[in-house]
Design a protein around this ligand. Structure first.
Ligand code: IPE
Ligand code: IPE
Ligand code: MG
Length: 254
């Protein structure tokens, strides 16, 4: 069996993705396989979050975004939504010390005003409490969807045009990027989805333009440090061409 350390040693730290984005999927199936209700799976997903954040920070990843709750997840049964929100409050509260011990800054993207005041209060407290940490940003995508984010950006840009502060001819990709929720964060080089589903489910639609996509059958509650290492090792074997030819990349003169 390959140990965590053996896998970790295969990672080229010079070629680390600065930003890894994860769709944490499969909690419900994990619980069902064990004869429990879906919430049991969400509860066990917390350990995977802890391990993944710690592993990413230890390696030197600068940004880790976790898709925790999508716009569409509001359509789940109320009992599950309520349980997820309550788990969120308790987890953020419970992990605050670990975040600070690991010098991790907590951030959030998404339609946060749709969250309950209880969630918002806990979230804002943790964000404020970790604001000076600088080893890694842990970004929670909450009530988030890529289409929502792009729609919001379009609205902001439209208002600027209407106000006369922006000329439509000056709108370019950078204008759109700068109107995303967290414009300082570079686009993810690597996007990981667990649970064997091959879709992006409205995640980071703008930012995933040139991300490398990695899919694993591991269900989120089972995801551990070595699973993150495997994803990074796979990513490092890929050739990112950005529309160019392979020859152009290997011959610096093009
Ligand atoms: C991911 O696990 C967690 C959230 C979407 C909040 P799921 O709850 O989607 O689990 P599956 O996909 O039904 O197994
Ligand atoms: C995506 O997972 C959202 C999160 C992980 C928060 P879902 O389980 O909601 O996605 P679909 O419904 O399978 O596409
Ligand atoms: Mg799912």
């Amino acid at each position: 069996m390959t140990t965590d350390n053996e896998l970790r040693d295969q990672i080229d730290l010079q070629k680390l993705p600065a930003h890894i984005a994860i769709i944490m999927d499969g909690n419900g199936r994990w619980a069902k396989q064990r004869g429990h209700d879906r919430v049991f799976g969400h509860q066990h997903g917390v350990e995977a979050v802890r391990q993944t954040a710690e592993a990413a920070a230890e390696l030197g990843v600068k940004y880790l975004t976790l898709y925790a709750f999508s716009t569409e997840n509001w359509n789940r049964p109320k009992a599950e939504v309520d349980a997820l929100m309550s788990l969120l409050v308790h987890t953020i509260h419970g992990e605050l010390k670990t975040l600070n011990d690991n010098n991790i800054r907590l951030r959030a993207i998404g339609d946060l005003k749709s969250m309950s005041s209880e969630v918002l209060a806990q979230l804002n407290e943790a964000i404020a409490n970790t604001a000076n940490n600088n080893r890694m940003d842990l970004i929670l995508a909450l009530s988030y969807s890529g289409q929502w984010e792009i729609t919001e950006a379009v609205r902001t840009i439209a208002i600027a045009v209407k106000d006369g502060t922006l000329n439509p001819d000056d709108i370019d990709e950078a204008t759109i990027s700068s109107n995303m929720n967290a414009p300082d964060i570079p686009d993810p080089e690597l996007m990981i989805r667990t649970s064997g589903e091959y879709r992006v489910s409205n995640y980071y639609l703008w930012q995933l333009a040139y991300s490398e996509l990695y899919f694993t059958n591991v269900l989120w509650p089972d995801f551990r440090k070595n699973d993150l290492y495997e994803a990074i090792i796979d990513y490092q074997k890929r050739e990112r061409r950005f529309g160019q030819t392979s020859e152009q990349l290997t011959n610096i003169k093009g």
